[in-house]
Ligand binder design. Sequence first.
Ligand SMILES: Nc1ncnc2c1ncn2[C@@H]1O[C@H](COP(=O)(O)OP(=O)(O)OP(=O)(O)O)[C@@H](O)[C@H]1O
Ligand SMILES: [Mg+2]
Length: 427
Amino acid sequence: MRPGLNRFLAINCLLAVTVFAFSFAGLTLLFIMGSVDFLPGFETALGHRFWLKLMLALGLAILSAFAISQIQQVWRGELDKAYAAKSRFEAVLEHIVSGVMLIDTKRRVLFLNPAAERLLNLPAGSVVGRDISEIICTDDFAAAITAALQTGELQEVESTLFCPEKKNLRSYISSFVERGSAGGLVIVFHDITELKRLEQMRTEFVASVSHELRTPLTAVRGFTETLLEGAMMDQAKAEHFLKIIADETRRLSALIDDLMDLSRLELKRANLNVGPVDLTHLVTETLVGLKPRLDKAGLVLVVDLPEATAQVSGDRDRLRQVLLNLVDNAIKYTPSGGKITVRVIRLTEKARLEVTDTGRGIPTQELARIFERFYRVDKARTRSQGGTGLGLAIVKHIVELHGGHVGAQSEPGKGTTISVTLPLVKR
Ligand SMILES: Nc1ncnc2c1ncn2[C@@H]1O[C@H](COP(=O)(O)OP(=O)(O)OP(=O)(O)O)[C@@H](O)[C@H]1O
Ligand SMILES: [Mg+2]
């Protein structure tokens, strides 16, 4: 049995006992008064009889007053408890993150908590008395309300609202009883917009991964079958096909490595080996190894470093990976004769690492998406250059794990600057 009901029954029992006790006391008084008149010793002593009656009446009055004060105390205690329970109940409804709404059997809103007002984007206190179908007007929701009213069974329904931005709500609808008959419905709303967004992202990610894996796999299968069908006999052809197979297999394993790296970073399981890292030093030592590649690509490298050190707290290898990814892109997407500038700038509490190139640039409308997984501006061309489309997504994750942020600026045909800002070590 619910505690509220228990208290209600207890109060009623107390009331019944009180009425019974007072009736009993009254009857006893009447009986005693009558009996006194028949007491043999008092028949002639009128004075004694009067005083005895008075004393009995006074005694009963004192007893009654005592009983009344006790009952009053119990009542006050019960009222206090009921008031405290009501306040607690109101506090729960006020602060709960789920929206709660009560509607009557005619579908009119009886009550809604602040979370419901927020979720449904309704001005406070504006909807009590309105029909629920004016507030949520999807067919599925209306059908669930009808089913809950008709069957009394719990209904679960998802609705998409546009109020003003898109919002996904999951509602649980159950009936409640008031004074023995159907009182209406309690609707609990959960905001599942973020959940839906993540579901959508996961679906897209699985589709992208499958697509990325299928492309090299199809090539490997195709060339292997061609070799088996006879091309193996022609040595030149066989060599050419095997070279393609080797390239595609390398691409497959690079893709899987990048995917695993990204997943570790996303799950924040990548154990960062954090220590003081001087960005100027990191740039100098990393770029030395890139000289042959830059020469081969016909590119000029300019390094612009501050005089003072730029010390950040981070994982040296991971920060080197960031720099290598950015310079790799600059090399890949800048035609021969171009220039790549790597710059470290000290700001008040931050340091910025910039990689600027004079390459083909990125159209403005695509700029915001280059840090997404598998996003490539020119899909066919970049894939042929061997990229997985995960490089900048990995960069973004590493930088964010270090408490920094990434940025991109570009002018198509003129060049691109990708920047990484990291907090400087406080001295
Ligand atoms: N410096 C740049 N100049 C022009 N386009 C760029 C530059 N950097 C990145 N991009 C564009 O952004 C896309 C995403 O870059 P990202 O580094 O994530 O992938 P990728 O270079 O294609 O592959 P990966 O880095 O895995 O080898 C690239 O495909 C390219 O279209
Ligand atoms: Mg890249």
